[in-house]
Design a protein around this ligand. Structure first.
Ligand code: ACO
Length: 331
């Protein structure tokens, strides 16, 4: 079974409610119907009820199985969410009137539903850039108590199975944090390991990458990766974690045996942690384009409840897959 099919299969066993704030996007309407038909999750669509109904009609879709909520309507639910927004953000200078206005924005309404436990996760980004999707979630849902940083992982499915876990590698942070300190890098390593275990049910073997292997180069950036490795090990002793390793030492057994003979992780890593967003974003795209890998993500991790960001060029299938992943993360 392919990896997306296995996510859908597992999601069917979790009763999750996923909110899709961009209800007036045709791809979202099509995906919502498909998700309901395939029994992947219950869907809450945000948008004007009559507008969504007529768009769905035009597309020949039946959205009667989805709950539709108009965030602009002055309902009791909206008032509750506005009050929650006020409670969460008044220390940042938001008064009740601003909170009321914010709560009519579908992206805030959606994240507030998740924060309030009225939905189990949110997927958006088909019609909004990353920052517009992430900011409301970072402000209201926030991170899990033991993690202070949200990051973005990609599951890379390689055409050959010689690297990682039978050709599967998880890479992070490829999507969110331009620069991180050693504490944050350690947390990214741990949340990526946890996410790998939860989504793929494989034992993570985590390599913190650098341009140096075990002291082959000296530089403050190398020292940062070393410190992060030690901190990650302390945070999550249950996982195999090592660094600093160059990518070849992390992945290739023969190179590992000469460059890092004492490392249990070198040569068999299935989780690769990049030192910053430049290397992470460039790295996953090179593997995708040059090695012909399928890139599944970004999958956001570290958030208290799952929110995921679509690319604006997404297809209906991309939306369905990301909803299945979000449902799994919520379980
Ligand atoms: N983890 C946890 N909390 C965070 C994070 C994070 N990574 N980043 C910001 N926050 C919190 C802030 O502390 C702040 O909280 P507060 O208001 O309660 O104090 C809140 O989120 C909002 O912070 P802002 O400063 O308004 O947000 P910022 O301007 O830093 O934007 C964002 C955050 C959108 C994630 C930004 O870092 C960003 O744009 N990152 C790059 C995204 C990107 O372009 N990725 C590459 C493309 S994606 C791809 O190719 C797949």
């Amino acid at each position: 079974m392919d990896i997306i099919e296995s996510f859908k299969q597992k999601a069917r066993n979790i009763d999750s409610r996923i909110v899709l704030p961009e209800g007036k996007d045709d791809r979202i309407l099509q995906a919502a119907c498909q998700i309901k038909q395939e029994g992947i999750a219950d869907i809450i669509l945000l948008g004007d009820e009559s507008e969504l109904a007529s768009r769905a009609d035009g597309l020949g879709l039946d959205i009667s199985g989805c709950r539709v909520i108009n965030p602009s309507s002055e309902t009791e639910e909206r008032a509750e969410l506005a009050e929650l927004m006020y409670e969460l953000r008044h220390h940042k200078g938001i008064d009740r009137e601003k909170a009321r206005k914010k709560s009519s924005d579908p992206l805030y309404f959606g994240t507030l539903m998740v924060a309030a436990g009225k939905a189990d996760g949110m997927v958006a980004g088909a019609a909004n850039p990353t920052g517009r999707v992430l900011r409301p979630a970072l402000q209201t849902i926030k991170t899990r108590s033991e993690i202070s940083i949200v990051s973005g992982a990609f599951i890379m499915v390689l055409p050959r199975d010689e690297f990682g876990e039978k050709g599967i590698l998880v890479m992070s942070d490829c999507a969110v944090n331009p620069e991180v300190n050693d504490d944050e890098l350690a947390e990214i390593a741990v949340s990526t390991a946890q996410n790998t275990k939860k989504l793929l049910d494989i034992d993570p073997v985590v390599a913190l990458l650098s341009f140096s292997t075990k002291g082959s180069a000296r530089h403050p950036l190398v020292s940062k990766v070393r410190r992060a490795t030690n901190k990650a090990r302390k945070l999550a002793p249950e996982f195999e974690i090592d660094g600093e390793l160059q990518a070849d030492a992390a992945l290739v057994a023969e190179i590992a045996s000469s460059k890092a003979p004492d490392s249990q992780v070198a040569g068999r890593a299935n989780v690769l942690i990049f030192p910053d967003l430049q290397s992470g974003n460039i790295g996953y795209k090179l593997v995708q384009r040059l090695a012909g890998a399928e890139a599944i993500g970004p999958i956001l991790q570290g958030m208290d409840r799952p929110v995921n960001d679509l690319s604006r060029g997404c297809s209906v299938d991309d939306v369905v897959s990301l909803v299945a992943i979000t449902a799994l993360q919520s379980g």
